[in-house]
Design a binder for this molecule. Structure first.
Ligand code: NAD
Ligand code: MN
Length: 500
């Protein structure tokens, strides 16, 4: 029998979960939704309800807008950039003090491995806030010499946009909240952030820390609720001047259409079907674990997942054997078990969706070397799956599965890499790509040809607050992280002063 090491739930988390329904964080206070409606947050490792949460709709969004506008024109405006930076830094410190609690909530609510939540999600979220705390004092305009006369002073200012709406998915609830809040707050905006209905808990816990850090009421409003109600209310509200969205391409398109009615600024971080290319001269001691982590990390529920694996014909059989042997031995179990190597999918809906892709893969003639059938146990478990015999046109090679499923395909060009690049780029997505080779010239040549916002060479799924992130083609537009994100949350004003 294999060992199980289930983490003891922290007393703070136990208390947090015992006080339901959880309230929305609006105007600096925790309040019930206007309608009194609630939704249940489920633990995907068991399928059982953890706690219920008030579900926001239009009336709550209106209240949040009211509070946010008041803060934007009042207390938040009076705060200096340095003080803004210190508040954001303070929030990061409080998150660090609550690292274990945040990690446990991520694991319980989303099925994430506790070991990953502790080592990746929460530390990256903290680091993200610290990075943008530094930018608060570095938002700059220019003075420009115009050609309109000697005594004309012309300068630009980078001003905040105002009330910003942010809609995030369930795959990295806390980290996505950090990505959205960091740059927006550093540049002086006020925010209404809607977490995903599947994973509302870490954002609400963060609300307590926002309160404790001392942000003026209304600067950060954290709500949850369904896309059709709370999400659309954000998109349709004309007083929300910008919406930043991360999630599916289908919803991204709908948001653009609806935002056209009020011309709010839109930035989108959408899905992917990222190619990961292993050349025969790769360092396989890195490429094999890299390809595995590229697809199985977070159960494959990663927008950059390396779901299309192109492997050179010469090494294809060996690579398949290695992947299969590793994947078939991965220990799958609850998120809160420290010995689990892969957890459950986030919801029964996501489980059904991935299950139907497994069926389609088999129907269209691909062969699963390992996995391929959902596990017969409670919770939403799909085993790590490696499909071979995949054709470029099969559904599993074209559509985002968002599960632990590799579609592996051989390629066979020798010196010429044009064909595999053409195949890698033959998708409407363009979020990320991976390249494994020890030839430095080939590495850069291929990296430049790939149509993707991020290319990883001899690594995969590496992220840092300082490095811009976003999509080509239908994977979205706008860049979060790095200095690029400042552009998303500021607008430029030109000021002309005639000194004559
Ligand atoms: P989704 O796009 O429906 O949900 C993401 C967020 O958008 C949630 O907060 C949701 O409440 C909100 N939302 C939904 N409909 C909305 C609307 N009409 N207006 C405004 N907001 C709305 O994603 P999902 O259904 O949870 O997952 C479906 C698929 O999306 C997944 O299988 C995966 O392929 C993809 N996905 C991608 C990412 C990513 O990071 N790129 C994240 C989650 C899901
Ligand atoms: Mn949940």
């Amino acid at each position: 029998m294999s060992s199980v090491q289930t983490v003891d739930v922290s007393p703070k988390v136990a208390k947090f979960l015992s006080e339901g329904p959880k309230k929305l964080f609006i105007g600096g206070e925790f309040i019930e939704s206007a309608s009194g409606e609630t939704l249940d947050s489920v633990n995907p490792s068991t399928g059982e309800v953890l706690v219920s949460v008030y579900a926001a709709d239009k009336e709550d969004v209106d209240r949040a807008v009211e509070a946010a506008e008041k803060a934007f024109l009042g207390d938040w405006k009076k705060i200096t950039p340095s003080e803004r930076g210190r508040l954001i830094w303070k929030l990061a410190d409080l998150m660090e003090e609550n690292l274990e609690e945040l990690a446990q909530l991520e694991s319980l609510d989303g099925g994430k491995l506790i070991s990953h939540a502790r080592a990746v999600d929460v530390p990256l979220a903290i680091d993200h806030f610290r990075y943008y705390a530094g930018w608060a004092t570095k938002v700059m305009g220019q003075t420009i010499q115009s050609s309109t006369g000697q005594n004309m002073l012309t300068y630009t200012r980078r001003e905040p946009i105002g009330v910003v709406g942010q809609i995030i998915p369930w795959n990295f609830p806390l980290l996505m909240a950090a990505w959205k809040l960091g740059a927006a707050l550093a540049t002086g905006n006020v925010v209404i952030l809607k977490s995903a209905e599947q994973t509302p808990l870490s954002a609400l816990y963060l609300g307590q820390l926002v309160q404790e850090a001392g942000f003026p009421p209304g600067v950060v409003n954290l709500i949850t609720g369904y896309g059709k109600t709370a999400g659309e209310a954000i998109v349709q509200n004309p007083r929300i001047r910008k919406v930043a969205f991360t999630g599916s391409t289908a919803v991204g398109k709908r948001i653009m259409q609806q935002a056209s009615g009020n011309l709010k600024r839109v930035s989108l971080e959408l899905g992917g079907k990222s190619p990961n290319i292993i050349f025969p001269d790769a360092d396989f001691s890195k490429a094999i674990p890299g390809a595995l982590m590229g697809i199985f990390f977070n159960q494959g529920q990663v927008c950059t997942a390396g779901s299309r694996l192109f492997v050179h014909k010469k090494v294809y059989d060996n690579v398949m054997a290695d992947l299969t042997s590793y994947a078939s031995n991965m220990k799958q179990g609850p998120g809160m078990d420290e010995t689990s190597e892969i957890g459950p999918l986030v919801s029964s809906q996501q489980f059904e969706r991935v299950k139907s892709y497994l069926q389609k893969g088999h129907e269209e003639g691909a062969k699963s070397l390992t996995g391929g059938q959902p596990l017969d146990r409670s919770g939403f478990f799909i085993p790590p799956t490696v499909f071979s015999g995949v054709d470029d046109n099969m559904t599993i090679a074209r559509e985002e599965i968002f599960g632990p499923v590799i579609a592996a395909m051989p390629f066979d060009d020798e010196e010429q890499v044009a064909d595999v690049i053409r195949r890698a780029n033959d998708t409407e997505y363009g979020l990320a790509a991976g390249v494994w080779t020890t030839d430095v010239r080939k590495a850069h040549r291929v990296a430049h040809e790939l149509e993707a916002g991020t290319v990883w060479v001899n690594c995969y799924n590496v992220l840092d607050a300082s490095i811009p992130f976003g999509g080509y083609k239908q994977s979205g537009y706008g860049r979060e992280m790095g200095s690029e994100a400042l552009d998303l949350y500021t607008q430029v004003k030109a000021v002309w002063v005639d000194l004559n």
